[in-house]
Design a protein around this ligand. Structure first.
Ligand code: ARG
Length: 570
């Protein structure tokens, strides 16, 4: 089945060709011109004819009128010309026989597509720096990244999710010195990243007084790089301790990575790339360090190796990109990080281009803005950093309190409180376009009213409870729509497949989040105005139960795409 917009574009192009055979108006040209009217009183789709005026040498209103006449009666839509616009309203037959029927038939695949079939996307996301706790700044890369993975999978892409842990660099020399001097195993086992940070901070305090510590750290890092067993074991253990902590958060978010391949994995792949840079004459020595000069492209130089020959962030990223291309043969590689790293990626992509890698244009950086949080409660021992686990815990506790009042007899209160508490934070975060800076207010995120996760999950649970009370969904049959709210709901549900495509094309999960609210609003309007279980006419009741199920299917599919769970009872 063709989506509504595409089939309308096609019939318009045919009508235009019969009327103006030499104008060369194709489906694609028309598709680009079609708009969703801001006010649905005007129809569900509109073609503004103003731009056609010059090509067709006619006034917009007469173009609209001529097209309406040439189109005649369509089964999919009622057509009308109004001023310079050609308006289309989905016909009731289309809404029931196409929209509703395809939601029912495709069920958990409704909204999915095949545009990614045979293509591979590598997604680099979350990627925290080990020995540091998982803080609110990681929320963006983690949930945007995972949501983009789910969206691409839904469109048929093979997706490879990689957690590119920041697990290499000179800071490990400092961490090793600090541990050897002031740390002990038990305290680190018990305290995890908090304790590792404490040691790291202590290193810097002590190094202020005794700069020789810096040399000691360099020596320890050099030992680590050259395979010293003791230091390697320590480093490995730091990574494991950190990972165990991150995995608790990933479990709450229901995120699994296909690979944990961090920066350390890239180190032995760097020399081959450095050789290539040198052979191409791209490498310059600047004050002892090896760099690629990017002045010509208005960017600062890209640092490759330090004076002492050790690798830097950029070098490891170059080697990693090549490894990923060779290993997964991607059609698209997405990096999700804060906008602060935009320059890093611009430089990286440029250097890969200069190195002659023709796949450099398949690399995409997806940046996002900063997050801040209200409420001193969330400040931690490690300074002003808000830890994600603390935010989750607080949110889950609050939901638990609300539930105790709202629905004290609910089964699996803990499970539901976690799904709603964590979901509220994700939803609130993914509601804004990713590039905007946001300020977090837990009160707002947790509200059951407004554009929130709890409201969306609650609306889904409402569809489930109606279906349960209905005692099953009626067999397929003719569906009668009697109220405007029913048609309006179906029109909204019909847009889901296009929203999924837009979200992928713009790397923007908020397209789905906002759409979910549109569905909730349309469903709740329907629910308030159209009696479902108490409808007198059996056919009307049957149609409404089916509509309820369809709304539930779309809400569930959409919520899953933005990493939210969908409890059936809240
Ligand atoms: N570890 C980095 C950080 O926490 C993010 C890594 C992003 N991915 C990459 N390939 N550079 O800032």
């Amino acid at each position: 089945m063709l989506p509504f917009k595409r089939s309308i574009a096609h019939v318009i192009a045919c009508a235009a060709a019969s009327r103006w055979p030499h104008a060369g108006l194709t489906d694609e040209t028309i598709l680009e011109m079609l708009e969703y009217p801001p006010d649905d009183g005007m129809g569900d789709l509109a073609l503004p004819c103003f731009k056609l005026s010059r090509t067709l040498r006619a006034a917009p209103p007469s173009i609209a009128a001529a097209l309406a006449e040439a189109l005649g009666d369509l089964s999919a839509a009622d057509v009308s010309a109004a001023g310079g616009y050609l308006n289309f309203r989905m016909s009731r037959a289309y809404l029931t026989d196409h929209v509703l029927a395809s939601i029912e038939a495709r069920d958990e695949r409704y909204g999915a597509g095949e545009s990614g079939a045979g293509k591979t996307v590598v997604l680099d996301y979350s990627s925290p720096n080990v020995c540091k706790p998982f803080h609110i700044g990681h929320l963006g890369t983690t949930v945007i990244g995972h949501s983009l993975k789910l969206i691409h999978e839904f469109l048929g892409y093979r997706c490879v999710g990689v957690n590119y842990l920041g697990d290499w660099g000179t800071q490990f020399g400092k961490q090793i010195v600090a541990f050897k001097r002031w740390g002990d195993r038990e305290t680190v086992e018990a305290g995890g990243c908090d304790e590792l940070v404490r040691l790291y901070v202590k290193f810097h305090e002590e190094a202020e007084k005794d700069p020789a510590l810096e040399d000691e750290a360099r020596a320890e890092f050099h030992k680590l790089e050259t395979g010293d067993e003791e230091n390697y074991a320590l480093w490995k253990w730091f990574v494991d301790v950190s990972l165990a902590e991150y995995q608790k958060t990933y479990r709450q978010l229901d995120i699994k990575f296909d690979y944990y391949l961090g920066e350390s994995f890239a180190v032995d792949k760097v020399p081959a790339q450095v050789d290539r840079l040198r052979d191409l004459g791209l490498l310059k020595i600047d004050d002892g360090a090896s760099i690629v000069d990017l002045t010509e492209y208005n960017m600062p130089p890209c640092l490759i190796l330090k004076k002492d020959g050790s690798t830097i962030y950029h070098a490891r990223d170059i080697a990693t990109a090549v490894y990923r291309k060779n290993t997964y043969d991607f059609d698209l590689a997405i990096y999700v990080t804060s906008a602060q790293q935009s320059l890093h990626f611009a430089q990286l992509f440029k250097v890969l281009e200069l190195m002659g890698y023709d796949w450099h244009d398949k690399l995409v950086h997806v940046p996002y803005g900063t997050v801040s949080v209200d409420g001193a409660k969330l400040a931690t021992r490690t300074g002003n950093v808000v830890l994600l686990k603390d935010l989750f815990r607080l949110s889950i506790e609050k939901v638990r309190e609300i539930m105790e009042v709202k629905n004290p007899n609910l089964a699996d209160k803990d499970g539901v409180a976690e799904a709603v508490g964590v979901g509220a934070i994700i939803f609130y975060y993914l509601y804004n376009s990713r590039i905007k800076d946001i300020n977090f207010t837990l009160e707002q995120a947790l509200s059951f009213e407004g554009s929130t996760g709890p409201y969306a999950q609650y609306t889904y649970a409402r569809t489930c409870s109606i279906l349960e009370k209905a005692g099953g969904v009626p067999e397929e049959g003719t569906v009668q729509l009697t109220a405007p709210e029913e048609s309006a709901l179906l029109v909204v549900l019909s847009k889901f497949p296009e929203k999924v495509q837009t979200a992928a094309a713009q790397y923007e999960p908020s397209v789905i989040t906002r759409y979910i609210i549109e569905v909730c609003t349309a469903f709740n309007r329907f629910y308030q105005n159209c009696p479902i279980l108490s409808a007198e006419d059996a056919a009307v009741r049957a149609a409404r139960v089916r509509l309820t199920r369809a709304a539930g299917i779309v809400l569930r599919n959409a919520l899953h795409l933005i990493c939210l769970k969908t409890p059936e009872k809240i």
